[in-house]
Design a protein around this ligand. Structure first.
Ligand SMILES: [Zn+2]
Length: 287
């Protein structure tokens, strides 16, 4: 999981652009007028969201009571394929250094193809087009998320716009051999004493997004890449075990710089460097 850059322009202006692009239909010729008449309600909820976002107190966000037809009206504002949201997604894909970050910040596996509502749109329909309530992610992560966002009065998941992902290692992988087959088991632990509240939300996300299973599924491909780069190092430079490990560790440092300490590919590579038996197994595939 990686903290990412959020939308920094005026959220209400964004909403106005979304509404401007909407069309009345033959069946519903008064939609835009109805929405314009709700501007005060929208403005109040957006203003509260912005101040709670800045203070990191979103768990206290007021729920506005709405009728089912009002809810339907608000939800009509959000269409992922609409230009406003496609433009937003593109804007958010560039990090603070101007580099494109093409990965899903929740799982660090796939590319993003959707926008997730941080506070669920089922509970906060008015916020369905608030640009700071929309975070880009892959479709698997988006599908795995649910409307449940609170746990004992606290937010259940990390908000990757405002929460820091702890720098302590929280993700681990157990490596073992079953015959000649490597077995991988990813898990999280607070053994390195990360901030307890951030760890609680990190762990909830890890479980809800089924990251242990999804990382495991990606691991064989990663191992194939490791073996192939090891092969090159042995063939070209006759690299010793220590040199091979130094090369792996230096690629890990680059990865962690870009994706964070708990980046799963980095954790996997380090686990091989730290386990003599598994390192020997890996090397046996490269010679
Ligand atoms: Zn994802």
């Amino acid at each position: 999981m990686k903290k990412v850059k959020f939308y920094s322009d005026d959220a209400l202006d964004f909403h106005k652009d979304v509404l401007k692009a909407k069309r009345n239909t033959k069946d519903d010729p008064t939609y835009k007028k109805r929405m314009e008449d709700r501007e005060d309600t929208i403005s109040a909820q957006f203003t509260e969201y912005d101040s709670r976002f800045a203070a990191n107190t979103l768990e206290g966000m007021s729920v506005v009571k709405l009728t089912s037809s009002q809810i339907a009206d608000f939800l009509r504002l959000y269409r992922y394929k609409d230009k406003c949201f496609q433009d937003l997604e593109e804007k958010l894909s560039v990090d603070e250094n101007g580099h494109e970050y093409p990965y899903c910040p929740m799982c660090d596996i796939g590319e993003y193809h959707s926008l997730d509502h941080i506070l669920p749109k089922g509970v906060f329909p008015i916020l369905c087009d608030h640009p700071k309530n929309l975070i880009r992610c892959c479709s698997t992560c988006n599908e795995n998320k649910s409307e449940v966002w609170l746990e004992g009065g606290k937010r259940k998941f990390l908000d990757l716009y405002i929460d820091d992902v702890p720098n302590e290692q929280m993700l681990f992988v157990d490596l073992s051999l079953n015959g000649d087959l490597a077995v991988y088991k990813y898990y999280v632990s607070d053994v390195n004493h990360p901030n307890p509240d951030l760890y609680r939300m990190y762990k909830n996300g890890f479980e809800k997004l089924e990251l242990a299973r999804r990382y495991k599924k990606q691991t064989n491909e990663e191992i194939t890449n490791m073996i192939s780069s090891m092969k090159d190092n042995i063939k070209q430079f006759n690299a010793t075990d220590d040199q091979l490990k130094t090369s792996i560790r230096s690629s890990v440092a680059d990865m962690q710089q870009r994706h964070g300490v708990n980046y799963w590919r980095a954790i996997l590579k380090l686990a091989f460097c730290d386990d003599a038996k598994m390192f020997a197994w890996l090397k046996s595939k490269a010679v």
